[in-house]
Design a protein around this ligand. Structure first.
Ligand code: SF4
Ligand code: SF4
Ligand code: FES
Length: 252
């Protein structure tokens, strides 16, 4: 008989609806990830009790842990469905696999959440580099190898939400912009052109919901799938905002 395993999914029909669990039993296939699991459920959405149900809603795009869209809580740990392999998950928990949506964002349906809060935080810190135009401006300013080495790890952020899911300070009652936006502010402040907006970014980090709201619990850095040194960025942001505040006091 083919080997099977169980998958328990926290379902929710819409943003205002309550949630409930549904359990599915699937035949095991070599190399399965959670995206495959959700596709197999979609092909035959029948629970272990024989109840016909709807396919599970979820988000995905790149299927290679680059876009962050498929982030969800898998066996109690926030991570990406496309890179979470069934073999490893069944070793973690012999009872099967449990899927829930992230808790820090409004649920749209099932495992699909609205990560708008993260993009709003990026807008606040101007998480971009201004350009003068889209014509050929010639070679840009040179970036030293040292700055490249510091910037590259931060540039790997995919706005997945794992860090804010783990952050006790980021919740519906707080205005904290969260570790990802802090780290992106540091990244763009390092860039020779991005520096133009340096003080605007530091003003946001020094203000309400900024760096002072970080409780330094360091949960964020432990769950980042891209191993971004978030606590280094937070420490840098602390130093930079202190200097910024002094400069403002002395009118410079
Ligand atoms: S910093 Fe890491 S955990 Fe946070 S959003 Fe970016 S990639 Fe995801
Ligand atoms: S170190 Fe700061 S940003 Fe990171 S999880 Fe803790 S409170 Fe949140
Ligand atoms: S689909 Fe892009 S990270 Fe999983």
């Amino acid at each position: 008989m083919a080997k099977t395993f169980r998958v328990k999914v926290l379902r929710q029909d819409g943003p205002q609806d309550g949630s409930h669990w549904e359990t599915f039993e699937l035949p095991y296939e070599d190399g399965m990830n959670i995206t495959t699991v959700l596709l197999r459920i979609a092909a035959n959405p029948v629970t272990v009790d024989g109840k016909e149900t709807t396919p599970v809603a979820y988000d995905s795009c790149c299927l290679e842990e680059v876009c962050g869209a498929c982030t969800m809580v898998i066996n109690g740990r926030v991570r990406q469905g496309c890179s979470a392999l069934v073999d490893a998950l069944l070793k973690e928990s012999s009872d099967g696999i449990e899927l829930r949506p992230m808790t820090k964002f409004p649920v749209i349906r099932d495992l699909l959440v609205n990560r708008k809060a993260m993009f709003e935080s990026l807008k606040k810190v101007k998480g971009w580099i201004h350009v003068d135009g889209y014509y050929d401006l010639g070679p840009g300013p040179r970036v030293s190898p040292k700055v490249q080495e510091e910037a590259y790890p931060l540039s790997r952020c995919m706005t997945c939400g794992c860090c804010v899911e783990a952050c006790p300070q980021f919740n519906e009652h707080s205005t904290f912009i969260g570790p990802a936006a802090i780290s992106q502010a540091i990244l763009f402040n390092m860039h020779p052109t991005g520096k133009v907006d340096r003080d605007d970014r530091l003003a946001v980090l020094a203000g309400v919901g900024g760096i002072a709201d970080c409780g330094n619990s360091q949960n964020c850095v432990k769950v980042c799938p891209k191993e971004i040194p978030l606590t280094d960025s937070i420490a840098e942001a602390g130093r930079d905002t202190t200097l910024y505040t002094f400069r403002k006091w002395f009118g410079r």
